[in-house]
Design a protein around this ligand. Structure first.
Ligand code: 5AD
Ligand code: SF4
Length: 460
């Protein structure tokens, strides 16, 4: 951020939802830095507040309206002291409901979708101009521009420690019937390989040791390889693995349909590719999977897992699940439990189905009653939690490399990640953030591990 001056304009960016939004918020922060804005966490100090919203689940729009209501009161208070505030709604709710927000929430000055962030300085100039003339600015930009936003966004920088995210692809063409992403993030586009490699090299030069390649459909990556052809995700991973100083590579989120042989092989062959994969299945019943338009079956998913484990036997798996999709019976749900039993997850995210306006599933008959959904979710989460704890407990006694990312609560304690994405807490005097050290795992809970430097514990 710029050198702080008392008169500098201040911006508060509030981020909701996925890692993609976290990444986008960081990039917006950098664009605004260039415009002379300084970051603040206090709404009362902010000349510009951006809500970077998420539309994927439950009552997203309502949450935005109530947040805007709170901000309007802050803005009124500031106006009483002669200070103007701009309120902006960005992200997927903005994309999905842009005009509606402008119509319904008079306090909102700017609404723009995820594909137009690079035009933010221009939108701001227009809004500030209107403000200077005593008008209430109303700027709306929810285009899917032809030019790629990636080309116009600042490059990544180290924001929080030695593990960074790099967006490699955005959008989705899969149209799962429950999901808003194809409508809010648009068609699938990939960044050129050279741009990703350049950004990663810059990050490594700034001390980053681990990158997570981000995309809504990351394994559908097909970026320009600079020679007139398309690079695929395993090609990109192999290219990045050659970067000296980069120790770890991860990617998220993947679709089973795009789990190619080449990508599976990369898990067996590229040492820097971490043995952890988030591969959502959503449900275990083929009937439900077909209604979801997932284009895979329980059996084809299990076959992929088997091939992955043949390539990399210690691969830890994570997934997403939806319970109570329209028409899901008790028998269908039991097939989800059976699939979970068959896979054995290290970690997972599970949700009650929630209708998203404009998606096909929202119109389907046989919506499952709320109490039924809650009951199934509780049963599924009970099983997933037991699997997560068992996975963590199996780590006890093992020694594994841990990348230390941040300070813990106790003095001298650092928190890092195992290759399998587990949080590992270690206390040691000569430990630094950014270190990768062999640690012996001494104890395990549901959400984290406790360890000690391996060389120490041997000496002790
Ligand atoms: N209802 C419930 N969960 C959903 N997800 C996406 N859309 C919905 C919805 N309408 C979940 C899926 C997806 C994750 C990011 O969010 O499991 O993989
Ligand atoms: Fe949504 Fe399905 Fe695309 Fe994932 S693959 S973003 S769930 S439409």
């Amino acid at each position: 951020m710029s050198v702080t001056t008392p008169n500098a304009r201040k911006v508060l960016i509030k981020t909701f939802g996925c890692q993609m939004n976290v990444y986008d918020s960081e990039r917006m922060g950098e664009l605004l830095d260039k415009e002379g804005y300084v970051a603040t966490n206090e709404a009362g100090e902010a000349d510009l507040v951006i809500l970077n919203t998420c539309h994927i689940r439950e009552k997203a729009a309502e949450k935005v309206y109530s947040e805007v209501g709170r901000l309007r009161r802050v803005a009124d208070e500031r106006r009483a002291h002669g200070r103007e505030t701009l309120i902006a709604v960005a992200g997927c709710v903005a994309q999905a409901e842009g005009a509606e927000i402008i119509r319904r929430a008079g306090a909102v000055n700017m609404v723009f979708g995820p594909q137009t962030y690079h035009r933010l300085p221009d939108m701001l100039a227009r809004a500030r101009e209107a403000q200077a003339q005593g008008q209430t600015p109303r700027v709306l930009d929810t285009d899917f521009p032809v030019e790629e936003k990636f080309d116009h966004m600042p490059k990544g920088r180290v924001s929080a420690g030695p593990a960074a995210f790099v967006t490699v692809q955005e959008g989705c063409d899969k149209f799962c019937t429950f999901c808003v992403v194809p409508y809010t993030r648009g068609a699938e586009i990939s960044r050129p390989l050279a741009a990703i490699e350049g950004e990663t090299r810059d990050l490594v030069a700034q001390g980053v040791r681990e990158v997570t390649l981000l995309g809504q459909n990351v394994n559908a990556y097909h970026g320009d390889d600079g020679r007139g052809a398309a690079a695929d995700l395993p090609g990109l991973i192999r290219r990045l693995a050659a970067i000296e100083g980069l120790a770890r590579i991860r990617y998220t989120t993947s679709h089973p349909r795009d789990m190619t042989d080449a990508l599976i092989m990369a898990h067996g062959e590229v040492d820097k590719l971490m043995p952890y994969l988030h591969l959502p299945v959503q449900a275990g019943s083929d009937r439900v999977l077909a209604a979801m338009n997932r284009k895979h079956t329980a059996e084809s998913y299990l076959a992929i897992i088997e091939r992955l484990r043949a390539a990399r036997p210690d691969l830890a798996l994570s997934g997403d699940f939806i319970v109570g999709f329209p028409g899901e019976t008790e028998e269908d749900f039991r097939q989800t439990l059976a699939l979970v039993e068959a896979v054995g997850y290290a970690q997972a995210y599970s949700f009650k189905y929630s209708p998203r306006p404009g998606t096909p599933a929202a119109e389907m008959a046989d919506q499952v009653p709320e109490d039924e959904k809650a009951d199934r979710l509780a049963r599924l989460q009970d099983l997933l939690n037991r699997q997560q704890l068992a996975f963590n407990q199996r780590s006890v006694g093992r020694t594994m490399p841990v990348l230390f990312e941040r300070a813990g609560r106790r003095p001298g304690q650092l928190i890092g990640r195992s290759p399998y994405m587990q949080s590992v807490h270690v206390e040691a005097a000569d430990l630094r953030i950014g270190d990768i050290r062999a640690c012996e795992i001494l104890a395990a809970g549901a959400n984290s591990l406790h360890g000690a430097l391996a060389e120490r514990s041997q000496a002790a």
